[in-house]
Design a protein around this ligand. Sequence first.
Ligand code: MD3
Ligand code: FE
Length: 216
Amino acid sequence: MTLDLFSDPDGCVERLSLGPGASVLRGRALPHADALFAEVCALERHSPFRRMTTAGGHTMSMASTNCGSLGWISDRNGYHYGAIDPETRAPWPPMPALFAHLARDTALEAGFPEFEPDACLINRYLPGAKLSLHQDRDERDFGAPIVTVSLGMDAVFLFGGHVRADKTVRVPLRHGDVVVWGGEDRLRYHGVMAVPDHPHPLLGRQRISLTFRKAG
Ligand code: MD3
Ligand code: FE
């Protein structure tokens, strides 16, 4: 892992490199955190958070919703992207301009120009919720990076290798951190450890992640 400082429009942001294509931009979303959270609250009124089911019949511990032209859906048939929210039977709400701009700008800062996400998965973790090690491979084009914004309570992210048994690195992710994953790191196993119950001043007892992908 290497640490360096780089400049962006908001000043100096610390960058932690997890691999050739994976960078943590510490606090990069902090100037926008209140506005991002307000957008999540508005989106949630349109397409509520729900705990999705897996093909194996388990209920995921985090709750999810989506915005953008495509949404990630897990149900008894497996995983897929779809334009319609199965709960509301209406299209997912459009991606707020602030989301699209932040994802595009941070991808560029991390070395991935012209990222145009069409899907934003929004996950809400209450204390104790976790996400087991997995790969993101439901997208059409693995050439596009993935951008994640963390809001609210701290979490420990697990960053593994290309096979599940590879050793994992633990990376703390805090309110306002942005991570960009692409290139040869795009298909690495990753997960989120059970989120500790340390209430956050703005979001309270929850962690929200925004995961931007080019799915279609
Ligand atoms: C590492 N969500 O929804 S995305 C997911 O905090 C998911 O909710 C996490 O993993 C969360 O699938 C964070 C982080 C992520 C996404 C893609 C990756 C990490 C990645 C691709 C390669 C390596
Ligand atoms: Fe993932």
